[in-house]
Design a protein. Structure first.
Lengths: 216, 390
């Protein structure tokens, strides 16, 4: 990828991510009450799986999920989400050089796919949200998904969810809304894509692990 | 690769970032508007991630609804005799689990108080039922008293959790805020002890059959494991199974558990201690019945069950790990004879938030626990038959 494409990607992607996150943020008004609740919603809709899935689709489409969880590619008109890999997270096969070190006011950088982000927290890779049982959310439960957002921790009790995932914004979703999002995600085609583990800031390169004989 | 600009995270709070977003939305360019909205969640997350500030605020009880507010001082919770913060009230009984949780080397003391005339119901040998009003305290000291955690069973059957932070000048401990306190005490250069948040409390305590983690038949067995890392001597009068019965604090405890005190069924002393260590430190999340059962990693031990170590070994030995070790395209939870290629060992020796296990409550590696697990994987963890490897 040449420098001009990279620049185009940078501008377009940053605008798109910003706008997408703006959409995510716009789910809450200044009082913190979810404005997405303004969507038509009845008691019947709340219990009909089809309505729940449709609502989840709407929330996913308007909350910026694709901007980071769907890998970007170069299209005819510039960078765009690659919907053939919709919401499958950072591509497993993508080889990345070490991220630039955060320096001065330039604190964060992102890969052109928009799926790998580096900053003071290390390097984060966006998760596979498709229902693949081995590499995605196939084994997750609705409750686990909700608790992940509520606590900001993987599976609701593991490692912290890292930037740029806008956990504080998404914590404004109601349980119903998060349940709808989960219901929709479970209808996606499963994509087998094992997203790498995040890298800590102190170990951008795989550490050498050796045990001394004394330890054994 | 592109680089996004944002101001230094320390300048941002959610409210200031939102205010800035609004200002730019009113008068700035579209790009600035987008950048502001992008910066808000990122800055908040980064600030949350890296802050070393101590967010002391108005103490808020980590309480469920419907209960009276928690006292603001530990001395008002009933732990001590009136007018003291050192003399334990006689109705509060000390106990010591045989497989203590690693807490960065803190020395700990623990007490339980049952409402007068009530008893623990041990009908379910692995999930004792505690009377409404039961209270637990656990004191953490790093050289001096640092915090005392508190659990109480409420009238609706739920539990509430709180932490009291010691103030040396005050001579008492004060209720911590719901958000916890980051950097409450320096453990080593650059390593700070955090007071857990309410969410942290619930993450650890509400992941298995009982929210009470260190007070159960296996932990209070008089057949204590001599190889348990950080094992503690029992203070005089401390509760174990016979003492619970003698004081008539428990009912429906199967007689066989007194005749044959609970002990993990394992083929060697090292295997027993390793299984106990993983039970005491990991099974609160990694068990077969809680929210993380989907992970399929089971460190639980059922009292009196045969094959406790075998079940553990089956759960980890040459079982594929979703977590991949750096540089590996496929990793296993444990590779017999190769601890350094086992994700279990790797994550235990990590202390960066992304990789470390446990993910909460510890900033320093448990060298003794790590060595035990390394020895176990090296010498006492059998490889499963090839047909069962996954």
């Amino acid at each position: 990828m040449n420098q001009s494409i990279i620049s185009n990607l940078a501008l377009s992607a940053s605008l798109s991510v910003a706008v997408a996150l703006a959409a995510g943020c716009a789910n809450s008004d200044s009082s913190g009450s979810p404005t997405a609740a303004a969507l038509p919603r009845t008691a019947a809709e709340a219990i009909l799986p089809e309505a729940q899935i449709a609502r989840g689709h709407h929330l996913v489409s308007t909350s910026g999920c694709h901007d980071c969880h769907t890998p970007w590619k170069m299209g005819d008109k510039g960078p765009e989400p690659d919907f053939s890999r919709a919401l499958s997270g950072h591509p497993e096969a993508m080889q990345l050089p070490p991220a630039p070190a955060p320096q001065g006011p330039w604190m964060m950088s992102a890969a052109a796919t928009n799926t790998a982000w580096a900053g003071p927290w290390g390097v984060s890779f966006t998760a596979n949200l498709t229902p693949d049982r081995e590499t995605g959310l196939g084994e997750w439960t609705r409750d686990t998904f909700i608790q992940t957002i509520r606590t900001g921790r993987h599976l609701g009790r593991g490692r912290p969810i890292l930037p740029p995932m806008p956990i504080p914004a998404y914590q404004n979703f109601s349980d119903d809304e998060l349940g709808s999002i989960f219901a929709y995600l479970q209808t996606l085609p499963a994509v087998k894509n094992h997203v790498p583990e995040p890298l800590p800031p102190s170990a951008p390169v795989a550490p050498s692990v050796k045990l001394s004989k004394a330890e054994l | 690769m592109f680089v996004l600009h944002m101001d230094t995270a320390s300048e941002h709070t959610p409210s200031t970032a939102r205010a800035r977003s609004r200002r730019w939305a009113q008068g700035g360019s579209a790009q600035a508007f987008g950048a502001a909205l992008l910066a808000a969640p990122l800055a908040w997350a980064a600030a949350t991630w890296n802050t070393a500030e101590t967010p002391r605020g108005t103490p808020v009880a980590m309480a469920r609804s419907g209960a009276a507010p928690l006292p603001t001082r530990l001395s008002e919770t009933g732990l001590y005799v009136a007018g003291s913060t050192t003399v334990i009230a006689p109705e509060n009984a000390a106990f010591v689990p045989q497989y203590p949780l690693w807490s960065d080397g803190a020395s700990k003391r623990r007490w339980i108080a049952l409402p007068p005339g009530t008893q623990i119901d041990a009908s379910s040998r692995d999930a004792w039922v505690f009377p409404i009003g039961t209270r637990f305290w656990k004191e953490f000291s790093f050289g001096e008293r640092t915090e005392t955690r508190y659990i109480e069973r409420l009238a609706d059957g739920s539990y509430r959790y709180a932490t009291y932070v010691w103030d040396a000048q005050l001579g008492d401990a004060l209720l911590a805020p719901e958000a916890g306190i980051r950097g409450a005490r320096e453990l080593a250069s650059g390593v700070q002890h955090d007071i857990p948040s309410g969410s942290d409390c619930r993450s650890c305590h509400e992941g298995r059959r009982s929210p009470v983690l260190g007070f159960n038949a296996l932990q209070l067995s008089p057949d204590r494991d001599p190889l348990a890392p950080h094992r503690e001597e029992l203070p005089p009068g401390a509760l174990d199974l016979p003492e619970l019965v003698r004081r008539e604090l428990i009912v429906n405890l199967p007689a066989e558990l007194l005749e044959h005190p609970p002990r993990i069924d394992a083929p060697s002393a090292t295997a027993r201690a390793a299984a106990g260590y993983l039970f005491g430190n990991c099974a609160n999340c990694h068990n077969a019945e809680g929210p993380l059962a989907v992970v399929g990693l089971d460190f639980d031990q059922a009292v009196g069950a045969e094959g406790g170590h075998t079940r553990l070994a089956t759960s980890v030995a040459l079982r594929r790990s979703r977590f991949r070790l750096p540089g590996e395209t496929a990793s296993f939870r444990a590779v017999p004879a190769q601890p350094e290629h086992s994700s279990l060992w790797f994550r235990m020796q990590a202390r960066d938030p992304q990789n470390q296990m446990p993910p909460l409550g510890t900033k320093q590696v448990d060298a003794a626990g790590l060595q035990l697990i390394a020895q176990w994987i090296s010498h006492d963890l059998p490889a499963p038959p090839p047909s069962t490897q996954r």
